[in-house]
Design a protein around this ligand. Structure first.
Ligand SMILES: NC(=O)c1ccc[n+]([C@@H]2O[C@H](COP(=O)([O-])OP(=O)(O)OC[C@H]3O[C@@H](n4cnc5c(N)ncnc54)[C@H](O)[C@@H]3O)[C@@H](O)[C@H]2O)c1
Length: 361
């Protein structure tokens, strides 16, 4: 079992749920255990959790939603609030989010506002959830296709990572998590980037997930702990690739088409690396290196010219903007990202057109 250092003591990477067991045993006043999950985590993950908690003499309530980004919205919240009230869920209940980023974002949000807040635990079951979505306390839902437009920062009591959940993920969902892993290297830690770029994730064999995940969490926590509530802005570097990436995700929600978060963010990183080269200090060699590695795992999904204005509308509502100025987090070099860089519409749209024309050999 690895106990992540210092102020991340509530995050555990282990082979079973020892910490959950001791938490539930210690907190005798817990009245009900609610497990929020989706159809896939019910099928692949619930069994392991129930095995650990079934012998607690607590009421266990399982709330299932349909999987997918499309359900991370206010309508799903309303359904869940209705169920919580129906089952008379009180303040001493604990919510366990068993799922990927959709479940932990949605469940964390619900737990944070239901009866002005009940405690919650994240058990991330996707790679993306393990290295990013479950960490750092950001919760929220999409609204009118705008990504994470409504939300709150509030940390869970525990984050329990069980690497065996990766085994049932599709290749596409594993690659979704890769996008955020590469991002950590690109924005903050060149050594980590150099380490990741040597691994052939296409083979998906003999990958040292524990080491990769552990290092990713350390990087994310280091960044989050410098600016937990995003008051100073430093935490915004985690949003590299997300200004355009989130808009791509929003466009897909609008078109009712599927794109994984990591894929959208990787396309965003391709565009924003181009902007970093044009406007900021990222040199051409490093820009090409980022492109080469990302294109190993993601295909370019062209954005039709007729949607450029729609994409721009989504970008105009990005959470990093200020005073109607569109702010980007951009690279100076691999391992060094800066934030609050105001970028004009023409450059933003050019970066998307350039991405559209990238030829993959
Ligand atoms: N809060 C944050 O800081 C933060 C950071 C990054 C991303 N996010 C959010 O995370 C979301 C994306 O997360 P995601 O990629 O985990 O998506 P997801 O939760 O939709 O999971 C992807 C798919 O994998 C399935 N699944 C989950 N665990 C499984 C398992 N063990 N075996 C088989 N299938 C399984 C799910 O049912 C789903 O179909 C986005 O909404 C994004 O905005 C949040």
């Amino acid at each position: 079992m690895i106990n992540i250092k210092k102020d991340t003591k509530y995050i555990y990477i282990n082979k079973n749920f020892i910490k959950l067991y001791s938490y539930l045993k210690k907190n005798k006043n817990i009245s009900n255990i609610i497990i929020l999950l989706d159809n896939n985590t019910k099928k692949f993950c619930l069994y392991y959790l129930l095995k650990k908690i079934n012998n607690f003499k607590k009421k266990i309530i399982i709330l299932k939603i349909k999987s997918g980004e499309y359900n991370k919205n206010i309508y799903t919240c309303i359904k869940i609030f209705n169920k919580l009230i129906l089952y008379k869920i009180d303040k001493n209940s604990i919510l366990i989010n068993l799922g990927g980023g959709v479940i932990t974002d949605l469940g964390g949000f619900i737990a944070s506002i239901y009866k002005r807040g009940i405690n919650y635990i994240n058990i991330p079951t996707t790679l993306l959830g393990m290295v990013d979505a479950s960490i750092g306390g950001k919760n929220g839902i999409n609204f009118n296709n705008y990504k994470n437009e409504i939300g709150i920062i509030n940390k869970p009591k525990l984050i329990l990572i069980n690497i065996k959940f990766i085994n049932s993920l599709s290749k596409n969902d594993i690659f979704s998590g890769l996008g955020e892993l590469f991002k950590y290297g690109i924005i903050y830690n060149k050594k980590y980037w150099n380490y990741l770029k040597k691994i052939d994730f296409n083979k998906l064999k003999n990958i040292k997930w524990k080491k990769i995940i552990y290092k990713a969490i350390l990087i994310k926590n280091k960044i989050v702990n410098k600016d937990p509530n995003e008051y100073y802005g430093f935490r915004k570097i985690l949003n590299f690739g997300h200004t355009i990436g989130h808009a791509i995700e929003s466009l897909n929600l609008y078109k009712k088409k599927y794109i994984s978060h990591g894929e959208a963010i990787s396309l965003g990183m391709i565009c924003e690396s181009w902007i970093s080269n044009k406007i900021n200090k990222l040199n051409k060699k490093e820009y090409n290196e980022i492109l080469k590695i990302l294109l190993r795992y993601y295909n370019i999904k062209k954005i039709d010219n007729k949607y450029l204005n729609k994409i721009y509308k989504f970008i105009e509502n990005d959470k990093k903007n200020n005073n109607n100025k569109i702010n980007f987090s951009l690279l100076n070099k691999i391992g060094k990202c800066v934030f609050n860089i105001n970028i004009k519409k023409k450059i933003i749209l050019n970066s998307i057109k350039i991405m559209n024309n990238i030829n993959v050999k």
